[in-house]
Design a protein around this ligand. Structure first.
Ligand code: 4NP
Length: 153
């Protein structure tokens, strides 16, 4: 079975493109399909934020080919696991769920690191480069846990 994982933030230009790129770099593409989306329509068709591109490149990950897209209800059919970057996006996604099966696919990504604490990956959009470095580290650690969990599915 090929596991399909979707990373979701608000704009799909800062956090979720990084999460997508980092997880992709850790898995066999034949076994795991990774994509990302935003709950908003603000940046449909846009490249990732240059600061996300820069941080990813620092760790030898190329995310320049990604383009922003908006989360849709169809994503519940297309994906097995949906990771929200923060509580606001989590709520937005769950509100679009059609049933319990859909809801059970949605997780706050940082609960993989700190279970049940419901922590947000902070939105780095209005901050400096250090915000992106911080986001990278969180996502690197969280995706390590996701890789372990997927490997025993
Ligand atoms: P992201 O960051 O959700 O991590 O992609 C944001 C990018 C853009 C905006 C907000 C958050 N915006 O308001 O345009």
């Amino acid at each position: 079975m090929r596991v399909k994982v979707l990373m979701v933030c608000l704009g799909n230009i800062c956090r979720s493109p990084l999460a997508e790129g980092i997880l992709k770099a850790k898995v066999d593409p034949n076994k795991v399909f990774v994509d990302s989306a935003g709950t908003s329509n603000y940046h449909i068709g846009s490249s990732p934020d240059p600061r996300s591109i820069q941080i990813a490149a620092k760790y030898n990950i190329d995310i320049t080919n990604q383009r922003g897209r908006q989360f849709t209800q169809k994503d519940f059919e297309d994906f097995d696991l949906i990771f929200a970057m923060d509580n606001s996006n989590y709520k937005n996604i769950v509100q679009q769920a059609k049933n319990e099966t859909d809801k059970e696919k949605v997780h706050l990504i940082l609960n993989k690191l700190t279970p049940e604490e419901d922590l947000d990956v902070p939105d780095p959009y209005y901050g400096g480069v250090m915000g992106f470095e911080n986001v990278y580290k969180m996502l690197d650690e969280a995706t390590d846990v996701i890789v372990k969990e997927i490997s025993i599915l």
